[in-house]
Design a protein around this ligand. Sequence first.
Ligand code: EAX
Length: 328
Amino acid sequence: MTVHRFTLVGALAGALFATPLLAQTEIKIGYALAPAPDSHYGVGAQRWQEVVEAGTEGRYVFRHFPSSGLGGEREMVEGVQLGTVEAVIVSSGTLANFVPDTGVFDIPFLFRDLGHARRVLDGPIGQEMLAKFDDVGLKALAWGEQGFRHITNNRNQIGAPEDLAGLRLRTMENPIHLTAFQTLGAAPTPMAWPEVIGALQQGTIDGQENPLSVIVSVNLNDVQRYLTISGHVYSPAILLVSPMVWDAMSEEDREVFRQGAAEGVAAMRAFVDEVEASGVATLRERGMDVAELSAEDRAAFQEALAPAYEQYFATYGQDLIEAIIATE
Ligand code: EAX
């Protein structure tokens, strides 16, 4: 009995002395690519951290888990729902499995350029979409981005939809992308990102598609010969926070997190702008065979996608799709 009492007193004293430390909340942040300064996710996460740590006087402290250190993106987002992960920056890969409506942004050839995509995502359509995450146990603070996706593979250069015939192409676990590449006649395989490089090395897939930001950051040139600048779809990213952390926060701290997310997005977009300008030259220097689709070539892909567009219209509604297209 006495021994127990002493232990209890000791534990209480320890808890009291530890109080200042307990007031510090650790934000484990996960993302799929390299830490800053070597990827758009890394620089976004770093800027987010700087703003939050300064603005909360260190009451929140970020700890980074880059390069899929917390698993694939589906697992990471599930971790945010459960509260085992406090924050993530993820692509739109598995987002439609959580908020189906977000899939509209994954429609091929929907966005004209980066400016168009950014204005839609920062405007009412994008902001209303962020609010839908509240219903599935996620707090979505901002849309980030990766750039436009391009095809890499080891079989042949792609100039027309026919060149994709039977190509074993990894797609994200994204039903919209999967439908598109099935419609184009490829043999797409959905796969979580952490498995992709190994699968390319082993030859179980011929190719994959990702923006220049990703291709350059992870040296896909080591395992891929052909790069086709297809720009077939815009690739958004999103900054999510666990409701477990969010709900416990003061309104002032929430504002600091929002501000940090906005500055993180600005840093991501600046990284993307830079690599969109320099990436092709970088990858040619690293030995890739690079070709760019002309506007006419791209039109041929769009035409071949007609049956997929019918599905997209049925799923997301012609009104929403047209509102996105009509955004200046
Ligand atoms: O966020 O899975 C993917 O292809 C993504 O674009 C990215 O690389 C991870």
